[in-house]
Design a protein around this ligand. Structure first.
Ligand code: MN3
Length: 265
């Protein structure tokens, strides 16, 4: 015989079970009735969401492809006022924000839809250098590369080379002072617009100049350090005194850690 409490408990369990079954049957009937209507709605909603997803994926893919194929203007490695008083914020703002940015934009406009779209600046420079038909692309791509390199060749405070680069400079020019004198006189006497460079020619360091947009990259030389000697680089601050500009950049702004990193690549 079950105790009275146990029977009472069993009665409650049985009652709950029946209630649940009833509810389940009701729900099933209800859902069967509603199913055809909900099915169409759900299907429509599903297809709609799928199409939106596909469209979003296509747009994302297109913009990613376009982004990847564009040359970019790298940010300056320091604030526009960081090189004062040797290079003013006004000069740097114009030089970077107008000249450099202009070369990047023009290069992008020129390569859009061409075989050079999606290629790196270095590759574009190597493939267009010395070819008359690609002169405009070369000029803008080379100037975009030269400027990005030039910003990295400077830092507030400057310094002097150390380690292997210091030894290499001493071996090639006699001393760091002798190197600076040669670089200064080469940059000062360079005719017209262009760039003065310290380059690696094989294992040997050399000072060379390039005119206008030309760059050592197009001549199989490895750029190590450079100063832009176009008038736009110094005219607001120094007017025609190019020598003072070069001297100040060499003495107060040269980033020899960056130059050293270029000889180790
Ligand atoms: Mn420039």
């Amino acid at each position: 015989m079950l105790a009275q409490e146990e029977r009472f408990t069993l009665d409650i369990v049985e009652h709950l079970r029946c209630s649940c079954e009833t509810v389940t049957v009701m729900e099933r009937r209800d859902s069967m009735t509603r199913y055809p209507i909900n099915g169409v709605k759900d299907l429509r909603r599903g297809v709609g969401l799928f199409l939106i997803f596909c469209l979003a994926a296509m747009v994302a893919q297109c913009s990613r492809t376009e982004e990847n194929s564009l040359l970019t203007l790298e940010p300056l490695p320091y604030a526009e006022s960081a090189l004062e008083p040797h290079i003013s914020a006004k000069t740097l703002s114009l030089h970077y924000g107008k000249h450099h940015a202009g070369y990047v934009k023009k290069a992008n406009d020129l390569i859009k839809g061409s075989a050079f779209e999606g290629k790196s600046l270095e590759e574009i420079i190597k493939r267009t250098g010395g070819k008359k038909e690609y002169e405009a692309i070369f000029n803008n791509a080379a100037q975009a590369w030269n400027h990005a390199f030039f910003w990295k060749c400077m830092k507030p405070g400057g310094g002097s080379p150390g380690g292997k680069l210091a030894t290499k400079i001493k071996d090639s020019f006699g001393s760091f002072e002798a190197f600076k004198q040669e670089f200064l006189s080469t940059a000062t006497s360079q005719f017209g617009s262009g760039w003065t460079w310290l380059v690696l020619d094989g294992d040997k360091l050399k000072i060379v100049t390039t005119s206008n947009a030309d760059t050592p990259l197009a001549h199989g030389l490895k750029p190590v350090y450079t100063i832009d000697v176009w008038e736009h680089a110094y005219y607001l601050d120094y007017q025609n005194r190019r020598t003072d500009f070069i001297k100040n950049v060499l003495d107060h702004l040269a980033n020899w850690e960056f130059a050293a990193s270029q000889t180790e690549q």
